[in-house]
Design a protein around this ligand. Structure first.
Ligand code: ZN
Ligand code: ZN
Length: 293
């Protein structure tokens, strides 16, 4: 059952395959009327997304971002919505993160050369298009060079956390990220909470993140089944979080992928989130009818 809202999507400005314009058009065709563009650690796709959204008077675009945070033994992803994405200190902080990511990607390319699986930096960059270079782009270059069959194999054999070409990121705690997003007036949502450590480790994490200013958690995510949804829903209620959702659409052809809006996110929860954004005066940073409703 599709939803008219989707709070989690990616474009070519990070690791998605569709431009912001193509993404807005696809979402619109799917019946989505409120969409957040949440590229990884970058907001540069937003001007194009806003321009595409402006062609549809009944469509609202929410300025967003997805940020990676390190926790013991893994990483979690945090979404910021309704952010003041043009704020200069925020942009400066993002470009510093970007520089450190570039250094890291170059490090992985160097390691691959040492492992006898060379890829050129130019090819890696070309896969990233105008977006930030990351492991998926290195993986694509590896497939192209014939070192592996597909992207999954590139991760499994070389680029995963325990892989021989892996280079650690600069560490950011979830509190760092939440603070950074709250500072630019954003509402903060925990992304895909059932990934990684699974639901067992989630309770103490939610207590910690709720204290830090988390407002919502993805419950209606991608292909989560009814049982996962109901367990997450119960946890969201317990920690006073709005059960939100998104497709996390990348257009990568992954079998778990759902197109924008193809998630069972109830409108009632969308309304709660918009209401909270209104109370925080954050809704004005969205553009389109939701912003004025
Ligand atoms: Zn994510
Ligand atoms: Zn994502």
């Amino acid at each position: 059952m599709p939803s008219p809202a989707d709070f989690h999507t990616h474009s070519t400005f990070s690791d998605g395959r569709l431009s912001p314009t193509q993404l807005v058009e696809l979402a619109y065709r799917n019946g989505v009327r409120i969409m957040a563009l949440t590229d990884h650690d970058i907001v540069d796709g937003l001007p194009e997304a806003f321009a595409a959204a402006a062609k549809h008077p009944d469509f609202s675009l929410v300025p967003g971002i997805e940020m990676s945070s390190d926790i013991k033994g893994g990483e979690i992803h945090i979404l910021g919505h309704f952010i003041d994405w043009e704020n200069p200190p925020f942009r400066e902080r993002l470009s510093r993160l970007q520089e450190s990511r570039l250094g890291r990607a170059r490090g992985m390319v160097n390691k691959l050369a040492q492992l006898g699986k060379p890829v050129t930096w130019e090819r890696v960059e070309s896969f990233a298009d105008e977006g930030s270079v990351g492991r998926p782009h290195i993986a694509q270059a590896m497939v192209e060079a014939g070192h592996v069959e597909n992207i999954t194999e590139a991760f499994d054999l070389y680029l995963s956390r325990t892989g021989p070409a892996y280079v650690e990121r600069d560490k950011l705690t979830p509190e760092d990220n939440i603070e950074m997003l709250l500072r630019v007036g954003g509402l903060v949502t925990l992304a895909h909470p059932a990934e990684g450590g699974g639901l067992e480790t989630l309770e103490p994490l939610l207590a910690r993140l709720a204290d830090a200013g988390l407002s919502a958690m993805e419950v209606y995510y991608q292909d989560y089944d009814a049982e996962t949804i109901s367990r997450l829903r119960e946890l969201a209620d317990r920690f006073g979080l709005i059960p939100l959702g998104g497709s996390d659409y990348h257009a990568l052809g992954n079998p778990r992928q759902r197109e924008p809006g193809m998630i069972p996110l109830p409108m009632e929860q969308v309304t709660r989130y918009l209401q909270l954004a209104r109370e925080r005066d954050a809704l004005k940073r969205a553009r389109g009818p939701a912003a004025v409703a």
